[in-house]
Write a protein that binds this ligand. Structure first.
Ligand code: HEC
Ligand code: HEC
Length: 287
């Protein structure tokens, strides 16, 4: 992380952090069930893909029990039952964690799109542990949503094996906002222009343009760089992100996970807004 010539400074910094910790008690949050519940039911919105929906939204008693997410020429993607009533019930905590962060199941098979695997590789060790803790105690549902079929080749892996991802300190900072908008809430998965190999993070981060088709018709992911958001106040952005309502009260279209994002804390929302406002402005993608 630190460059060589900075290592003495890093050591000093580490000591001062340890000193502050010793003086003020633990400053780092430990993995916890509470944190896991917040992430899974809130900004990470796992249920947006994994909880079966009926005409009135989520079907009660079916939390995370699996559903058909997308059917197109390239694939029929079925998000599995991730309660202990599904096949994950027989996996160890480590195996479940590896499936979430690296997209590799215990039998070596790879989890396909649209689960946002590229971004999930950035979930911190602590948050991953918290998520697994929470998933382990979600009520088991006996439901078999079926099996996905991919007519496109899946990669053998999404990258080299991950040993550790450091915690990004919580706070209203661009850095924490980037962590939330990326690895946790995958805003940038939907809002980055898609190319042949998926979202073009290097050149089109946040520029939008991807079209989603569903019972609602077609919705297009907006440009969430400052080019797209400059004219909105922070309160208007809150309305769109946590309530799914545009200025003037028009309801926004799926599949943005509004009911989940609604559970996001004020500070987490503020960190995301700070981050979005710091992005390099880009013209609308996909045009
Ligand atoms: C955008 C949709 C989407 C989101 C969001 C999503 N998933 Fe998935 N997930 C899928 C799909 C689709 C599959 C199955 C892919 C396949 O069959 O290869 C899957 C598979 C899985 C599997 C493997 C299940 C099995 O039985 O093989 C686990 C575990 C999992 N997801 C956990 C999570 C967790 C935890 C979250 C939230 C942090 C999450 N997913 C968010 C779509 C999603
Ligand atoms: C599953 C895909 C998806 C995810 C995840 C997602 N969005 Fe969206 N978002 C959309 C779509 C589609 C629209 C357009 C909705 C419409 O036209 O009514 C949208 C619209 C918006 C808008 C409205 C901007 C404008 O000018 O129209 C904002 C702001 C926004 N998203 C921010 C976010 C943030 C922040 C996150 C993460 C916390 C996020 N989105 C996660 C798909 C997504």
């Amino acid at each position: 992380m630190f460059e060589k010539h900075g290592s003495r400074f890093a050591t000093l910094l580490l000591f001062s952090i340890l000193f502050v910790m010793a003086a003020e008690g633990p400053a780092f949050s430990e993995p916890s069930l509470e944190r896991g519940k917040y992430l899974v039911e809130g900004p990470a919105a796992c249920g947006n893909c994994h909880t079966p929906k009926g005409p009135d939204g989520e079907i009660p008693g079916m939390d995370l029990a699996g559903m058909l997410v997308e059917k197109n020429d390239a694939f029929t993607a079925i998000a599995g039952n991730i309660t202990s009533g599904g096949s994950v019930g027989s996996w160890s905590d480590e195996e479940l964690a590896k499936a979430i962060r690296e997209g590799i199941r215990p039998d070596g098979s790879v989890i396909g799109p649209p689960m946002p695997m590229g971004l999930y590789r950035g979930i911190s060790d602590d948050d991953l542990k918290s998520m697994v803790m929470y998933l382990r105690q979600v009520p088991a549902v006996d439901n078999d949503p079926g099996t996905s079929q991919y007519n496109i080749p899946l990669p053998p892996a999404y990258g080299p094996p991950i040993t550790s991802v450091a915690t990004v300190p919580e706070g209203v900072t661009v850095e924490y906002g980037a962590y939330l908008a990326g690895p946790i809430a995958h805003c940038t998965e939907c809002h980055t222009t898609f190319g042949e190999k998926g979202p073009m993070f290097d050149t089109h981060l946040g520029a939008g343009g991807f079209e989603f088709h569903g019972p609602w018709g077609t919705s297009t992911a907006s440009n969430i760089t400052p080019t797209g958001l400059d004219t909105y106040s922070d309160t208007e952005l809150d309305g769109m992100i946590r309530k799914g309502v545009r200025p003037g009260n028009a309801r926004m279209l799926p599949p943005m996970p509004y009911p989940y994002l609604a559970r996001m804390t004020d500070n987490d929302l503020a960190a995301i807004v700070l981050y979005l406002r710091s992005l390099p402005p880009l013209p609308d993608g996909g045009k």
